[in-house]
Design a protein around this ligand. Sequence first.
Ligand SMILES: [Zn+2]
Length: 274
Amino acid sequence: MPELPEVETIVRDLRPHLRGRRLAAVLSVNPLVLRYPSAESFRVAAEGAVFGVLGRRGKFIHAPLSSGDQLVVHLGMTGTLTLEHGAEPVRAHTHLRLQLDSGQELRYRDPRRFGRVLLGPERHLRQAGLLPPLGPDPLDRTFVGWPGNGPVRSSGRAVKAVLLDQEVVAGCGNIYADEALYLARLRPTRPASSLSASQWARLGAALTVVMKEAIRRRGTSFSDYRDGFGARGEAYESLMVYGRSGLPCVRCGRSLVARRIAGRTTVYCRWCQR
Ligand SMILES: [Zn+2]
């Protein structure tokens, strides 16, 4: 599932190619992934609009349009958003095709269809509950000092579960939660309330480090993720715990263990993470 580094890689790939481009035509839009508005309203509102500077909020891709609307894409589990030449064959499970005045097409593909596409003014989308509230972003300068003195610090939830909560930290998912906890040497099962101030600081710094390192490697292609041009990322090879249950810990050599926390498989080292 694409998390912050994968979404950020796509945004950086597509940004220079979309900026200033006119959306010439909506070639197709599948109502099954279009959460808002209707397909017909989407077409009317999108056609003719010019793309501004692409951005990211958590795991959401935001494309501002000259009309004042935002085209918002969430990749769900298996979504990809790629820029392709219009002449390239359209692959199965392509749910959105936007033709640009450059002759290229922006295509959204999603075999499992857990992703979503939205179009409207950002404020309206938030007020309507179509965009969830998001916590601080590990790439923001303001992330220093996370998580502040809010209710997270006294939460009895496992720290792993807390990291998956988008209102606590935007963009974090199963892969980078495990990686950050490993780097910070903290056991994922620990109640959040048991962490000291310095442990929180270590965890916050670890989140930023693992996200930045994964971006440098253009994201983790575990199965479906592809960058903005359809290529695989290389971060999978550098993961320290995710997907490595039973394999030796890179720090102490003992076997990593897997446990289910908050419904997600969590991998950690019983010796290095306390
Ligand atoms: Zn270890």
